[in-house]
Unconditional design. Structure first.
Length: 464
């Protein structure tokens, strides 16, 4: 028969003969298609804990449940397992395994001790996993040579090791390790981008500071030279052809007037004398060759242009590093200093705690940016974890090593109209759909919890 379908009520076609008959393996195949093999847990804590009894050769297996290849196992009371006596000279390692046995002579699932080999450096016995027997390990203990008791310090709990045991999770959702790997990789990418931005900003800031220092040095050198050229000795005052003094009337005595100045004043009309003192008619002594112009007005024009161009270069460097910084037209040096202080130093990030009440939309919209990524973590038990992005990428994590395993079935659906997520939730008795509605909004995000088991404080981290 090329096609199979399950499960339908049977009709009795003749006395004691039915047209629909199913085997236990049919039910196991069904559950094995949607649930992994491992331990069922309560509130994120795995069951079937092994407790070594100090001073004895006994280990107690606490109550708990497991699913192996679609078959259910349940231990309702403490089960005592007794280890064989130790070797006189060599150690061994025993394992506590839940053994699922499909052989016709057995057809059962039981918890047993799987004894290891004696050796100087013993290793735990390998798990048997074939078409008939499938084992998961609850833990291992070292049985030391020449002793008749066990030590709890020699015990290793292996229940959360996915290769050896693990928790039951949905096979139709993303496994926890894949989700964690994706989140870790994305966080690493964001960190690299942030580090590169910080490096570029530091380089640009250093170059800008050096440019300002160079410009200040050039200006100070020029200004100092001009001051030096204008200095005169006290003995030079009041001398003929030198710098005159002022009398009580605020005038320079005629005897002290420079002969060339006196000649100029007596040979030029008043209007010419006024024009002669214009900046364009005053020559410039430029021993440092700092200017192209030879008169004061030309030098002042060049100085103004150089300062203005320098400000433009600095303003452009600031906005190249951070386009959000606004530099006014014809800025002052204080405007440039303010702009440098406003440069963003990296990718914006914000964290906080939001209380999620049952059936009430909880809103966080006071951020100074609209996030592209938000990580929501249900606290304090850390049993519920959501990853929310602007592109409707939705994952769910439920504490411990595996996420969606603990409640049998988990699924998720994307609400494209809301640019958010809808997560159904099954606690084993009641189905909530959706359990969580979340979406990114301008300057933040909002969530609505429709399951009482998920209410409470939610820690959040938002990235720009």
């Amino acid at each position: 028969m090329p096609e199979f379908s399950y499960f339908f009520n049977a009709n009795e076609v003749s006395p004691g003969v039915y047209d629909r008959v199913y085997l236990a393996s049919d039910f196991a195949d069904y559950f094995g298609d949607v649930l992994s093999s491992g331990l069922l847990h309560v509130d994120g804590q795995p069951s079937l804990k092994a407790v070594v009894q100090n001073g004895t050769l006994e280990t107690i297996i606490e109550p708990g449940r497991a699913i192996i290849k679609g078959y259910r196992y349940k231990n309702t009371t403490d089960k005592v397992l007794t280890h064989n006596i130790a070797d006189p000279t060599l150690d061994r390692i025993d394992r506590f395994v839940v053994r699922h046995d499909l052989r016709n002579s057995e057809r059962e699932t039981v918890t047993v001790i799987k004894e290891g080999e004696y050796a100087e450096n013993p290793v735990p016995p390998a798990l048997q996993r074939d078409n008939f027997i499938y084992e998961i390990s609850l833990g291992q203990v070292r049985v030391r040579a020449n002793t008749s008791s066990l030590e709890a310090t020699d015990f290793i709990d292996e229940r959360l090791d996915e290769d050896l045991c693990g928790l039951v999770y949905s096979l139709i959702s993303i496994p926890t390790d894949q989700l964690q790997a994706w989140i870790t990789a994305r966080q690493a990418e964001l960190q690299v981008e942030s580090d590169q931005f910080s490096t570029d900003l530091a380089d640009a800031t250093a170059q800008l500071q050096q440019d300002l220092l160079d410009f200040a040095q050039i200006f100070n050198d020029w200004f100092e030279e001009q001051q030096g050229e204008g200095f005169l000795l006290a003995s030079e005052k009041g001398q003929v052809n030198g710098v005159g003094t002022l009398n009580g009337a605020g005038k320079q005595p005629t005897a002290e007037v420079n002969t060339e100045v006196a000649d100029f004043l007596t040979t030029h009309p008043a209007e010419d004398a006024v024009d002669a003192h214009n900046a364009t008619n005053i020559s410039l002594i430029d021993s440092g060759n700092l200017f192209t112009a030879t008169d004061v007005e030309g030098a002042m024009s060049e100085l103004f242009i150089n300062v203005s161009d320098g400000k433009d270069l600095i303003g452009g460097a600031i906005t190249d590093v951070d386009p959000s910084v606004v530099i006014p037209t014809d800025p002052s040096f204080q405007d440039l200093a303010t702009g440098i202080g406003q440069i963003s130093t990296g990718v914006k990030k914000a964290t906080g705690t939001l209380n999620a009440a049952l059936g009430v939309k909880s809103i966080m919209n006071t951020l100074d940016f609209t996030p592209s990524t938000v990580i929501l973590d249900r606290t304090p038990s850390n049993t519920h974890f959501y990853f929310l992005t602007l592109h409707n990428i939705v994952f769910r994590h439920n504490g411990g090593t595996r996420s969606s395993s603990s409640f049998g079935y988990w699924g998720s659906s994307v609400n494209n109209n809301m640019n958010g997520i809808l997560l159904p939730y099954n606690n084993g008795t009641t189905f909530f759909d959706p359990a969580v509605v979340a979406q990114i909004v301008p300057n933040g995000f909002e969530i609505t919890v429709n399951s009482s088991i998920l209410v409470g404080d939610v820690e959040w981290t938002a990235y720009e």
